[in-house]
Design a protein around this ligand. Structure first.
Ligand code: ZN
Length: 390
């Protein structure tokens, strides 16, 4: 990848110009730290961009201690998000539903609109939807809407998982999420939709989201089922992973400048940010035409086999991330170099510890077994001659 990667490397290397203090204007407005102003952390940045280009990559999990910029990086995506077609309807009906499943595949309102040639969807920017740790199950999947009960008709309100349809769903401290919320996410992710029933009312919502999570491994493990749901996995090492003391100083300068005057820092990066957003949209438009030759796919499968990874999702993620990488470089064919670039992100933390220990134990037994067999049956060894001599 040249253009976008070069842009990121170049801009990330610029020293920030000094800003004037804004004083305490009491501003509550949140301006995300610019993505391009983050120093280093190339793998983290790349993993996030690949997810924006290709939702089939399956999202990303950022693993690292506190204060390494994981949350900042995810929030900074807000200025880079591409456009997607989005339903105008409460139930998420789309024109392609009618095309594939007929008029019964959409709600009566949308069927009428479709028949009259009215649009069912518009182009809209992808959103970053937060799933806070303290959310209730009812907030996440949806529940009865009290305001609507008054009108004699009970209606369900959309939960966070429905709002996340065709968006990014971000869970910070995902390893601390309660079991029922994890299950709700896994169900929705597996089906791309989910159904809520409350008494006589039920509704099915689309929920095709890109899952993004961050976690501090010091605070607890992540359940294997949800771990497997994350396509890419990045280990974020923070300052200790940055050898260059000039970089450390530059990070300090930028964070300090941002705290003094977020608006001026954001403005310094605005032209490059909009350039990067265009590159991402272009790559996204190119993606459907990006293919992978069989020879390259075989390389990927061999790699997964040699690493003893036993997850179909590893394969999907590796190939889809390879396609996204090629698209970001403006190419229509995935090369071995593309796979090599994305493989660490797609394949790390894929091995089951249980299975690895099981196989290691089995290997030990096999070695002992063959040692004893060799001693017993190969002539000329001391043991054998002893037996023959006796
Ligand atoms: Zn509808």
């Amino acid at each position: 990848m040249r253009s976008l990667r070069e842009l990121i490397e170049r801009v990330s290397g610029h020293a920030i110009t000094s800003v004037e203090s804004e004083g305490d204007a009491g501003l509550a407005e949140v301006l995300p730290f610019p993505f391009l102003a983050m120093v280093g952390q190339m793998e983290m940045k790349l993993s996030l961009l690949l997810c924006l280009v290709n939702p089939s990559v399956g999202g990303v999990l950022l693993v690292g201690p506190r204060g390494t910029g994981k949350t900042t990086a995810v929030r900074s995506l807000i200025d880079l998000l591409p456009q997607v077609p989005r339903s105008l309807c409460y139930y998420g009906c789309m024109p392609e539903d009618v095309e594939s499943g007929g008029m019964d595949a959409v709600c009566p309102d949308c069927a009428r609109k479709y028949a009259q040639g009215e649009p069912l969807s518009i182009m809209d920017r992808v959103r970053l939807v937060d799933l806070p740790l303290n959310a209730r199950l009812e907030d996440v999947v949806g529940g009865l809407d009290e305001r609507l009960v008054v009108h004699d008709r009970v209606r369900l309100k959309r939960g966070i998982l429905a709002q996340a349809d065709r968006n990014l769903l971000y869970v910070d401290e995902v390893n601390l999420l309660s079991g029922d919320l994890v299950n709700a996410i896994l169900d929705a992710a597996a089906q791309g939709s989910y159904t809520v029933r409350r008494g006589p009312v039920s509704a099915t919502y689309r929920s095709r989201f890109v899952l993004m999570g961050s976690m501090n491994p010091e605070e607890g493990k992540l359940r294997p089922q949800i771990m497997d749901r994350f396509g890419l996995r990045v280990v974020v090492r923070g300052l200790s992973g940055i050898a260059d003391s000039d970089d450390c100083l530059e990070i300090y300068r930028r964070v300090h400048a941002y705290q003094q005057n977020p608006r001026q820092v954001v403005e310094q990066y605005t032209p490059e940010t909009s350039l990067a957003r265009d590159e991402i949209q272009t790559a996204r438009n190119l993606l459907p035409r990006v293919t992978m030759p069989d020879s390259v796919a075989r390389l990927g499968l061999n790699l997964i086999g040699d690493l003893h990874i036993d997850s179909l999702r590893a394969e999907i993620t590796l190939f889809e991330a390879g396609r996204a990488y090629a698209a970001l470089d403006g190419r229509l064919e995935v090369t071995p170099a593309d796979l090599a670039e994305v493989a660490p992100m797609a394949l790390r933390m894929r091995r089951s510890v249980f299975m690895a220990e099981y196989f290691a134990g089995q290997d030990k037994e096999e070695t002992e077994l063959h040692d004893v067999l060799a001693k017993t049956f190969i002539p000329g060894t001391p043991d054998t001659s002893l037996h023959i001599g006796g």
